[in-house]
Design a protein around this ligand. Structure first.
Ligand code: OSB
Ligand code: MG
Length: 368
């Protein structure tokens, strides 16, 4: 396979409702797509992070520079750019997992399309459809939250995740439990909003039988998460703190988490996500596929990952309609609480030319 062309398309899609977390409020999904053309096939990917480095250290403008100036030249220098050769070629560049994932996924898409193989087959996925959970942002009031949960459950979502922060934690969890009962699969995500000094307060969540509490403490502090886990019966799940399989191995060894949220972008791509899945499965640690409010271009490959056998908890891969009035691809539609795993080669989906043209705000040639 020979790299012939690479371009980056900035896109902006309005969200149907603002999404508020402990780190900020999003009203639109602003990101870029990578489009690469090889002599054999074309490939697409979506950068997962936001314009500002609030969820993670990476951000759109920085990633564009990293890809253009440091990653792509290393890939273009390969005699035969294959997915397997990519990670070693990019390893000299420290960090920047989300930028690396974008480039690797676009190339993987092209490589798989050239072989006529769906990503799900490449990864070893075992399900044709995956159960969908939904992540619900912080609301202005409890009645507003209850309305949202009610609506999502009526649509068929099989698991509810509540975003929490100091001042919005025990009360919303209690309100949802009281209204919807013990049996509702329920979990929370703090996005690093607490410190170990809050351990006793977080312990108040134990009585609600949550599936997990996601990233309660500061990013990368495995030691503090292990100390917190010792004081909670609710399983700690790590998101922000897991950047690769090495981190996952350390976190499991330290008992810093008992569940892992795998976001392929956050760990540098699908092959590394698969390694984390395998490592966790070998330790009996359940994993699930997270999300970053992706358009269809980022959602499609995540559904393939979510269909791996070790993804035993429902993920955050919700239907397109939970985020956008109109997606950039054919929308993913919830049926019976599940989303279909794409079956076409590569990521299994393409941007719709008309939607792509309307959502694109800038287009930049990266190579040659
Ligand atoms: O922490 O999982 C997170 C969205 C953006 C950034 C971080 C997170 C999230 C979500 C939403 O929780 C998941 C989704 O619906 O895509
Ligand atoms: Mg999270």
């Amino acid at each position: 396979m020979r790299l012939e062309r690479a371009e980056l398309l900035h896109v902006s899609l309005p969200l149907i409702t603002p999404f508020r977390t402990s780190f900020g409020t999003m009203t639109s999904k602003d990101t870029f797509l990578l489009h690469i053309v090889t002599d054999r096939a074309e490939g697409w990917s979506e950068f997962a992070a936001d314009p500002e480095p609030l969820y993670c250290a990476e951000f759109i403008a920085g990633a564009e520079i990293v890809i253009r100036d440091f990653l792509l030249p290393r890939v273009a220098a390969l005699r035969t750019p294959t997915t397997a050769a990519l990670a070693p070629a990019m390893a000299a560049v420290k960090g920047h997992e989300l930028a690396k994932a974008a480039l690797e996924t676009a190339l993987l898409d092209a490589e798989l399309r050239a072989h006529g193989m769906p990503l799900a087959t490449f990864l070893g996925s075992v399900h044709e459809r995956v159960p969908a959970g939904v992540s619900i942002g912080i609301k202005d009031s409890l009645p507003e939250l209850i309305d949202d949960v009610e609506r999502y459950l009526a649509e068929g979502y099989v698991r509810i995740k509540l975003k929490i922060e100091p001042g919005w934690d025990v009360a919303p969890v209690r309100a949802v439990r009281e209204r919807f009962g013990e049996a509702l699969p329920l979990q929370v995500d703090a996005n690093t909003a607490y410190t170990l000094a809050d351990a006793e307060h977080l312990g108040k969540l134990d009585e609600f039988g949550l599936l997990l509490i996601e990233e309660p403490l500061e990013e990368n502090n495995l030691h503090a998460h292990a100390r917190l886990q010792r004081r909670l019966t609710t399983p700690v799940c790590l998101d922000e703190s897991i950047h690769n399989a090495r981190d996952a191995a350390s976190a499991i060894a330290l008992d810093a988490c008992r569940v892992i949220n795998i976001k392929p972008a956050r760990v540098g791509g699908y092959p590394e996500a698969r390694r984390i899945h395998d490592l966790a499965a070998a330790h009996g640690v359940p994993v699930w596929c997270g999300g970053m409010l992706e358009t269809g271009i980022g959602r499609a490959p995540n559904l393939a990952l979510a269909a791996l056998p070790g993804c035993t908890l429902p993920g955050d891969t919700s239907a397109s309609g939970r985020y956008f009035a109109e997606d950039i691809t054919e929308p993913f539609v919830l049926r019976d609480g599940h989303l279909p795993v794409p079956t076409a080669p590569g990521i299994g989906i393409d941007p719709l030319p008309d939607a792509l043209a309307r959502f694109t705000t800038a287009r930049r040639r990266l190579y040659p």
